[in-house]
Structures are given as structure tokens and as C-alpha cells.
Write a protein that binds this ligand. Sequence first.
Ligand SMILES: Cc1ncc(COP(=O)(O)O)c(C=O)c1O
Length: 302
Amino acid sequence: MLLKLPTETISIQEIPIHKNVKLFMKREDLIHPQISGNKYWKLFYNINHYLERNPENPFVITFGGAFSNHISAVSAVGKLSGIPTLGLIRGEELQDKWRDNPTLLFAKRNGMNLKFITREEYRNKEKLAEFLTHEFPDALIIPEGGTNQEAVEGVKMMLNNKTKDFDYLCTAVGTGGTVAGISRFCEDNQKVIGFKAVDDSSLENKIRELTLKKNFDLIDSGFGGYGKIKDENIRFINDFKESYGIPLEPVYTGKMMQKVTELIDEGYFPENSRILCFHTGGLQGIEGANLLLEKQNRKLII
Ligand SMILES: Cc1ncc(COP(=O)(O)O)c(C=O)c1O
């Protein structure tokens, strides 16, 4: 079955911050509880072009970390479309502990086969992908985070007539496919800002190769590094949910929105700028984050 979800539910919601700029969020997180946000758009052509080729033994293989939103989404797509899936997961130590991890448990319940590989093997995943192509010639092998040219094409659908109305388009950055797609297909007068959740110096070149444009800036929203959650992040995410009714997760969207509001306070954006932030989903990650945080008497509101 082809991957096609109703996307009419996606709205652009104003965040009434009472500052000298206007701030909005595009709620891609509302597409689907499990295949949400940029994951849907990045997988859209990858999965559908593959299925249209009518593979004899459809099989999807991909890569990710223990709390990966991408792994979670691919497993859900596999279940929905009836395709067997294999997730190659970073960290062999998870072999005996995956049941304690809500993301991996969810993937497994969706029928995803999990194989745990060492960090060394994971670093060489391109080599592994080559090997798998020989082993499973019929399989679709999707890179980490789903980022490739087809993902970039899919992200084009996050843009429409309504998004043309903004001066700044903001998104969180992990593997770079989302910001590349927005940069490639937005209007010439729009400026794109990618908020980096990872400290990876190769990202800028990778994004440039995917977008072929120079209309984007990358800003570090690390707050201490990938996946690190500070008390100020928790306070921000919980206040945001309480004030505006929008849930954010701590790795990508929470840090992006916190950084955007800091930049607004610092006067980074010219007066009367219209700023649109894409809510890229990933809310499944909150449960796993809370399992770690609760041991320290901290908690994110879902
Ligand atoms: C919730 C969320 N936001 C943003 C991103 C970053 O997207 P990309 O990997 O395309 O840079 C990810 C990772 O896919 C994510 O899970």
C-alpha cells in the first residue's frame, strides 16, 4: 500500500509573544501520531517510488540511534504499508536493554527487526549499506535520518501558498535533509535558518550539496550538545506547552524554539519580521526522555 496520509490538518498557528515580530508554527506534528512532521515528508517519495517499482520482496532497511524518531517512523510506515523493516541500531549494549527503551519497543511492536551494531560499525554505515545492497538486492536502504535527494523533494510539500507569506523559515537540523528541502524550494525573498541539534562540521557542505542554494544560515541550538537536556530546556518546553498548547520535544523543536525566542529578544530579526517555525514532530521521544529525567526528579509535559 502506498504511503499517503491526509495532511489537511496541518495548520499555521500564531504564537502570541507580544514582541516586535510575528511568530508562527506550522504544525507538521499533527499529520499522524507516529509518522509525524518531517519524517512523513522525507519518507514520502523514498517509500512510494520504491513501491511503484513493484519489488518482488519488499523490504526496508535503515539506521538510527536508540531514541531515533526516524526509526520509530519507518517502523510505523512498515506496519501501515505492510513492508517488513530492519533497523540497524547504534550501540550493541542495547541488545539486552531494548525493552526498556520506548522507541525501540515501539519499533519492535510494529514488526521492525532490530540489529544492534557497534559504534565503529555505525560510523562505517555507508560500507554496511553497500554490503546490504548485495545481500538484499530488492531492499530499499534508507540512510540515517532519511536524508537523501528524495527526502529533499518530499520536503517541498511542507511549503505552500501560505508559507510564502513569511520572511524567515526556521527548522531544526539533524541530518540536514529538511533544511535543504526548505532552502531549495522556498521563495527567493525568504531567508532560511537551520537550528543545529548536532555539532557536526560536515553538515553545512552536505546541506549545500542538497539544496544548491545559499539562502540558509545554520545556528547552533545545542544547549550543551546533542540530546543533552538542561533544566532551562525543560522549563522552556513546559512553559511553552502551558502557554500556547503546543508540545515540543527536547532534542530538536524544543531547543529550536528556545533559541528563536532568545534571538527575538536579542533583536536578531528586523522589526515586523514574520517568522515561521516548522514543528517537525518527534514527540514520541518525550517518553524516553522522561524515563531518564524522572530519575533526576525532572519531567517534560506531553
Ligand atoms: C523532530 C525532528 N526535527 C528535526 C529533525 C531534523 O531533520 P533533518 O535530519 O532532516 O535535519 C529531526 C530528525 O530527523 C527530527 O526528528
